[in-house]
Write a new protein. Structure first.
Length: 108
């Protein structure tokens, strides 16, 4: 008995019906931010920065009320984003028993 060998060729790829071929990459983060700015939304980070730039600063409770975050999340944002990543000098102090934050000036 003789054995037959068949060579299989790969089927040709055809585009899916109704869909165009596009790159499947996600948009760059800059485009996402630009879309958000164009739509008129104000980010929570921008809200916090505006509060901290006020002459008297902002209390922890006022930032919590403005953002809807928990107090530990606000403290983490101030420490991680503003101080470490953005290099801002944030002063923390107590006024009438309440924790206050204020942006003084940028680091050189």
């Amino acid at each position: 008995m003789e054995r037959q060998v068949f060579k299989m060729s790969k089927p040709e790829k055809t585009p899916r019906s109704g869909k165009t071929q596009r790159s499947r990459q996600k948009p760059a983060p800059a485009t996402v931010v630009r879309k958000r700015e164009r739509s008129g939304q104000i980010t929570k980070a921008a809200q916090i920065l505006a509060l901290l730039k006020q002459p008297g600063g902002a209390s922890l409770n006022s930032i919590v009320d403005a953002t809807g975050w928990q107090p530990h999340s606000v403290r983490g944002f101030v420490s991680g984003q503003l101080v470490k990543k953005r290099g801002l000098r944030v002063e923390s102090f107590r006024r009438d028993g309440e924790r206050m934050y204020m942006i003084k000036k940028c680091k050189a």
